[in-house]
Design a protein around this ligand. Structure first.
Ligand code: S3P
Length: 427
């Protein structure tokens, strides 16, 4: 679907966001392997989370809606049923990688597959550690999906140094450890998002964290819990960017998740001189949340290096868009991971910027953009990547002639009402 994003004068108003996608996936999966009922309260998230839900249903888990809540009837750590057909994870890397941890500890064989984007994504990052634990995982010839998993109810404890900072790898291993009742020690080069740990602690699990390492004891028992899902910070980031770039703008984003492993974008924006106020909600437990107020700002260029990357990974395309107006040269390095997301986001970002009249440089592990450029406008192919689509929608608002977006419908992966919300805020 093609969609024209016309230049806007400003953005103003207040908005609530879809539920945090990462937390939703985990709430459903943790609910499925718990004993008893888990209740999930929060705004829906989008197609990716529906993929996790439908895979779990294929695995024999009952999921229903009651009084605005989602209720998962857990079957315990080894209680999933062999699916009758291939599990379809759609576009969702989180679904494949987290479920692989659970499936590695079940006593049946299953196959998990997805769309053409997911088939290109590397699965060896989970195949290696889960195989070391004793499961039998066979990816496609190119190392991706379809991924066949022959689980074992007898997995071994493991101490693993992950070569990459990845919450998906970490969570797959945590889930395998819980489902098989074995100890786990894991370290990462930098800390990745820690929703799994927070949610398990809410269930009474003792997970020790030291620096970039975690340790889980054996024979963890999970009982059904209540999870509250805040608004998705990564979805808020698109509107934050629009408000910063357009003159005379001010928006308030309500009830946004503020987990510090996710909000690196806010720290980077402060370094850029952005006018942002965070009003934390002191009443919540578990995940931090609050409101964010953003006003138009004159921005300075910023340098982002490997240690910044994990906590800003999903927002990096927006740094490319913001770099066009920031004073100086914005430089991102240490971000090779961006090339193996729903698309090669470094390549699509730079191609897209060039299509709308911006000169930008592409590197193997990042990019650079000089500020003080005018976004003229043009046609951009989002490459079926929700975050690329929404990033260039914001560029369209800030452009002189508008941006025609090819593949705009991919936004529904994380934010089905993105374009109507954007219209409500734009003047
Ligand atoms: C996610 C983790 C991140 C992120 C993805 C969702 C998660 O990936 O990019 O959108 O929910 O665990 P990695 O931490 O695996 O790189």
């Amino acid at each position: 679907m093609e969609r024209l994003l016309e230049p806007a004068i400003k953005v103003r108003g207040e908005i609530s966001l879809p539920g945090d996608k990462s937390i939703w996936h985990r709430a459903l999966i943790i609910g499925a392997i718990s004993e008893g009922e888990t209740e999930i309260v929060g705004e829906p998230a989008g197609d990716d989370v529906l993929s996790t839900e439908s895979c779990l249903k294929q695995l024999g888990i009952k999921i229903s809606r009651k009084n605005g809540k989602t209720v998962v009837s857990g079957n315990g750590p080894k209680g999933l049923k062999k699916p009758e057909s291939v599990l379809d994870a759609g576009n969702s890397g989180t679904t494949v990688r987290l479920l692989s941890g659970v499936l590695s500890a079940q006593n049946f064989e299953s196959v998990i597959d997805g769309d053409s984007s997911l088939r290109k994504r590397p699965m060896n990052r989970i195949v290696t550690p889960l195989s070391l634990m004793g499961a039998d995982l066979i990816p496609s010839d190119s190392g991706g999906c379809p991924l066949s998993i022959r689980g074992s109810t007898n997995l071994k404890p493991i101490s693993y140094n992950s070569p990459i900072a990845s919450a998906q790898v970490k969570s797959a291993m945590i889930l395998a450890s819980i489902c098989s009742g074995v100890e786990l020690e894991l370290s990462e080069p930098y800390p990745s998002r820690n929703h799994t740990e927070i949610m398990l602690r809410q269930c009474g699990v003792n997970i020790q964290t030291e620096g970039n390492s975690i340790r889980m004891e054996r024979n963890v028992k999970l009982k059904g819990a209540v999870f509250r899902v805040p608004g998705d910070f990564s979805s808020a980031a698109f509107f934050i960017t629009a408000a910063l770039m357009l003159p005379d703008s001010e928006i308030t984003l309500k009830n946004v998740g503020l987990n510090p492993t996710r909000t690196g974008f806010l720290n980077v924006l402060k370094r850029m001189g952005a006018d942002i106020r965070v009003i934390p909600d002191e009443n919540g437990s578990g995940e931090k949340q609050g409101d964010i107020v953003v006003r138009s700002s004159d921005l300075k260029a910023v340098t982002i290096t490997a240690e910044d990357v994990p906590s800003i990974i999903d927002e990096l395309p927006l740094i490319g868009i913001l770099g066009t107006v920031a004073d100086g040269v914005t430089n991102v390095s240490g971000a090779f991971e961006l090339r193996v997301k729903e698309s090669d986001r470094i390549s699509l970002l730079i191609k897209g910027l060039q299509k709308i009249g911006i000169s930008a440089n592409e590197f193997e592990d990042g990019f650079s953009v000089e500020g003080g450029q005018k976004i003229s406008g043009g046609t951009v192919d989002a490459g079926n990547d929700h975050r690329i689509a929404m990033s260039f929608a914001i560029a369209g608002l800030a452009s002189e002639k508008g941006v025609t977006l090819k593949g705009a419908e991919s936004a529904s992966v994380s934010y089905p009402s993105f374009f109507s919300d954007l219209e409500k805020l734009s003047e």
